[in-house]
Each structure stands twice: as structure tokens, then as C-alpha cells.
Design a protein around this ligand. Sequence first.
Ligand code: ADP
Ligand code: GLC
Length: 472
Amino acid sequence: MRQVLSVTSECAPLVKTGGLADVAGALPGAMEGEGWHLRTLLPAYPAVLEKTGKGKIAHKWNDLFGHPATLRKVAYNGLDLLLLDAPHFYNRPGNIYLGPDGKDWPDNPERFAALSWAAAEIATGIVPDWRPDLLHCHDWQAALAPQYLRQAGQNCPSLMTIHNIAFHGLAPAERLGALKLPSEHFTSEGFEFWSYISALKAGLVSATALSTVSPTYAEELTSPEFGMGLEGVIASRKGDLSGILNGIDLTVWSPKTDPNIAPFTGPGGKARNKKKLRQAFGLPEADGPLTVVVSRLTEQKGLDLLLAALPTLLAEGGQLALLGSGDPGLEYAFRQASEAPDIAVKIGYDEPLSHLMFAGGDAVLVPSRFEPCGLTQLYALRYGAIPVVARTGGLADTVIDANNAAIRAGVATGITFSPTTAEALETAIRRLCGFYRAPDLWTKLQKRTMQHPVGWDASAREYAALYSRITG
Ligand code: ADP
Ligand code: GLC
């Protein structure tokens, strides 16, 4: 079995703020069948240690970025983990990235530089009897690892996966020394970005290969509209960039066995879950579809457009149940909107409830301005909720619009719209409600969505081919 060190700042079911955790948590299981064993390097946040226990000590640092640290080897829920226990950096309450003021911890660059440094050292063989053939780095939090390898003259192959290019991991130039970065690479060809240090750029220029989480996003990333200033760097490495779709863990997301819902096998079984969902949100019965949103509330997700489109949804007899948290302005606006009897909002994070929402919802709305892959439309497909998505990134790659031709061919799985505007979303909502009023068509669509393959099989094979190519 060939060995990979997967480096990530979050990993389900231990610690999660978004889709990265789902992917980091599911990929190891998916790759095992392809002949690749993934060991996951993750910070030992308090919530993680609480679940895993302290495990065996694999290495100790007296001084990792100025503080002592311990590497702990543990197994949890099928995951083979190395936990970086650096209390000075990770022993903090609450959100893993944000302080109590809701802002990024000021030392986030150092916190995740330490993770990347540990990864690079593990690649050079500091863990007894183990050395990875490949370093798989996820997002900016792991992106300094290939740079650290490079400056140490080490050549362990590396794959840098972009889950979201909106987060660069920027630090002011004065922190070069603190981050153990050499000034000779602080150039436009290196990790300098508008006179800041960019951790993500360091990974993009120094990793052996790059990937992102859908083919369409891989294309989009080379354009100024989506590249967030890094489009030039990515375009210069186009030949090294792959787009591989995320899958979902079919053992966790199974309508037949999910302990959070009333289990079901076909569209008919959704009714009981819909009832439970309406109860959970205090929603009345309605003539139109019950639409749901499970999301971080950020600019990316385009939910301000949904606010603008709500009158259309209500006029069509539809309802909305939203679960999310994030931007205080959006939280406030949705709370206000929920004064309408057919709109219900829960601000917070609730994993079990999210399952019931996909199981009980008639449709899932995802009006993202950009979406590297997106997972909620995949859960929607699996649970027979019709995805209504902006035609961008991974959303475009996973949902087949129910136009006449696709309906006739029996391949339609949802509704896509473009551009990402309130008007286009309103049109999509009207189409959805039209379909809902035609029960035969609706059931046919639901059946089709539930058959759409959303597991890891095809993508695991693509990762295996990529891993093999990179390691030679
Ligand atoms: P992103 O990673 O950009 O947030 P994804 O669609 O890839 O978007 O993944 C989001 C993940 O987080 C999904 O598993 C989704 O169900 C989950 N999620 C988002 N917000 C919440 C919430 N408030 N409660 C429970 N789960 C949530
Ligand atoms: C990011 C993206 C999301 C993707 C997830 C997992 O958070 O915003 O589209 O599904 O990473 O790759």
C-alpha cells in the first residue's frame, strides 16, 4: 500500500466548519480501495482530543514556532490520524479559525504555518517507521508545506488541492522571519502577493501538482472573475492542474440507514420527513414546495439574492426553511424575513437537523456566486430533494437542468440558472413551483435525482491516477 500524508485544518466527524471537513474525512476511506493509505495530519483542537483521546506519542518538538508541541498517533472512526498537539496554537475555545470577537485569530498565519512545518518534517521521516510517498495539502492552512520542503532541499512529491481560493492565508511581510520563510522567495514568482505573504500562493508555486474540486472550477480559476488575483499563477500551471469532483460518504448519507431521519427508499418516503421538518421549524402545511437551505451565510453563497427572491417564492405558494450562520447582516436579514409564516430560520450549526432538511425538503436552493464543488446539492440528490443551483463551478458539473430535452431523455436532476442574479433565481423558483404542480413529472424528477451517482468511486479512481502520476 502506498502512503499519503493528508494535511488539513478540519476533518469530519471530528471538527468541521464546511465541506473541506467532509472531504478530508471521506477521502481516506475512498482511497483505501485504490491502494493508497491516507494518514491525516490535523491540529489537536480540544474538541478533537476529547473524542480521540491522547493516543501514542509519535514525535516531540521542544520548539515548534517558539512553543513545545507533541505529535500524537490515534485511530478514530476508520481514520488513521496524526494530531499536532500544540496547545499554544490550538487549545482555544469556540470556532477553530475565529476568536470570540468573530474575527480571525491574529496569529492564524503562525498557527497553520506550524501545521505545514510539521507536515514537511513528517515527509522527511521524523515519525518512526513511516514516511509518506506523497504529501496531499488542503487549502491555505496546509499550503506552506511544499514551500518548507523546497527551502529544505527535500523533494517529497506534493499535491496542493484548492477547496476555496477566497482564502489566501495572507500575512504582512514583517512576519517572514516568524513564519520561517526566506526573503529570496518573497517575489512575484514566489509567495509574494501584493506585498503580503500568501500561504496559498506558496503552495500553488511550489507543489508538484495542483488540483481543485470540480472540472468547471478548474477552468474558472484561470479567469479574473474567479481567480481572486491568483488566476495568473494558476494559468501558468494549467498543465499541472486537475479538477476532480468531490463525492459524498454514502455510509453517512444514506436515506435508508440515516439515524437522523425517518428512513426511506423512494420519493414516497419523504412525506414523513417533511412532516417532521415542518414541525422542527414550526411551519404550516402549504400548497407549494418546501425549499431548504443549509449553508454558511457568506457573500459566496449568494443568499442575499434569495432574500430578494423570497416574495416570488411566497407568491408561488412555496416555503423556506433555512439553517445557517455567519455574516451578522445576513443572519439579521433572514431573522427579519422569518416573520412571514412560510419562512422559518434557524441561526446556528446543527448536523443532525441538516440531515432531516435534505430528507424532508422538496428542494434545496444553492444560489452561489462561486462554488468550487458544493456538497449540499449532492446530499439533496441523494435524498430526493430537487437541487436548484447557480450554474457555476461544481454545481454546474453535478446538476443536469430539467429543460425539455433533458426531461424527455430522462436525465434531468434539478434546475440550474445563470447568471447568478435575483431575477434568474426568481425564474428558477417559478420553474420549480411549476414542476411541483405537475405530480407525475415531479415524482419522475425525484426518482432520477435519487439514482444520480454521488459517491466517491469515480473520483477516487481519478485521485489514484493523479497520485500515481505525481509520484512517478
Ligand atoms: P462550503 O464548504 O463552502 O461551506 P459545501 O457545500 O462544500 O460548502 O459544504 C458545506 C458543508 O457544511 C455541508 O456538509 C453542509 O451540510 C454543512 N453545513 C453548512 N452549514 C451548516 C449548518 N448551519 N449546520 C449544519 N451543517 C452545515
Ligand atoms: C470549499 C468550497 C466548496 C467545496 C468544499 C469541499 O469550502 O466552498 O464548494 O465543496 O470546499 O471541497
